[in-house]
Design a protein around this ligand. Structure first.
Ligand SMILES: Cc1cc2nc3c(=O)[nH]c(=O)nc-3n(C[C@H](O)[C@H](O)[C@H](O)COP(=O)(O)OP(=O)(O)OC[C@H]3O[C@@H](n4cnc5c(N)ncnc54)[C@H](O)[C@@H]3O)c2cc1C
Length: 174
């Protein structure tokens, strides 16, 4: 067993690191200048999408791996943490005429390269499937959605062997 681990910052990165490290370390302490779930930090917005449609294949691969770990964490929590709704990128020629260089098309090529679940829609197919959008094409990252940050930090989080504590500037114990 490794020694004592101290993590500075209890955002999603610090907390997940603590969670994964807990079985490997003698003790894990998370120190934060504020409190877990402080809306002033990056991790706790209500609109944090979890998706794989990035331009960088390595980043996309890591995102897919992170999704697997979120799913594992979800099972251990016994509650839904990810809301699956896919992520649809739309293109409209009047806005971005150079279709091949749009984020939608480039990130879709990465999904294809990594063989991740995806769907492409022509303008007609898009109108049939998603009539609410007026666009010239759609590229869907199927294994995507958003994280329910509130549920992830709510009561009932699993605790891992190895022990751990969380100390904040306000001495809040979790
Ligand atoms: C507006 C916005 C939208 C985003 N949307 C998405 C999205 O849709 N999908 C996505 O995947 N990512 C998104 N991101 C990025 C994602 O939110 C961040 O990458 C992620 O939350 C970073 O987590 P973190 O734990 O590193 O940082 P934070 O959540 O900021 O946590 C850092 C923690 O460290 C503490 N801290 C800071 N300094 C000190 C110190 N000196 N001593 C002690 N504690 C300290 C803070 O109090 C805080 O709790 C978005 C970011 C922003 C800002």
């Amino acid at each position: 067993m490794a020694g004592r681990l101290t993590i500075i910052g209890g955002g999603v990165m610090g907390l997940m690191t603590a969670y994964q490290a807990a079985p490997l370390a003698e003790s894990v302490t998370v120190l934060d200048r504020s409190r877990v779930g402080d809306p002033a930090t990056a991790s706790f917005g209500l609109t944090r999408s979890v998706r794989n449609d990035y331009r960088d294949p390595e980043y996309a691969r890591l995102a897919f791996e992170a999704r697997r770990l979120w799913r594992e964490f979800e099972r251990e929590c016994g509650r839904r943490l990810l809301v699956d709704c896919g992520c649809l990128n739309l293109v409209k020629g009047t806005v971005t005429p150079d279709l091949a260089n749009t984020y939608a098309v480039e990130s879709y090529a990465v999904l294809e390269h990594l063989q991740l679940s995806r769907e492409a829609f022509s303008a007609t197919q898009l109108r049939d499937r998603f009539p609410q959008f007026d666009a010239d094409g759609g590229w869907l990252d199927v294994d995507a959605g958003f994280a329910d940050a509130g549920a992830a930090r709510g009561p009932g989080r699993p605790r891992r062997a190895g022990g751990g504590e969380h100390r904040t500037a306000r001495d809040q114990q979790i």
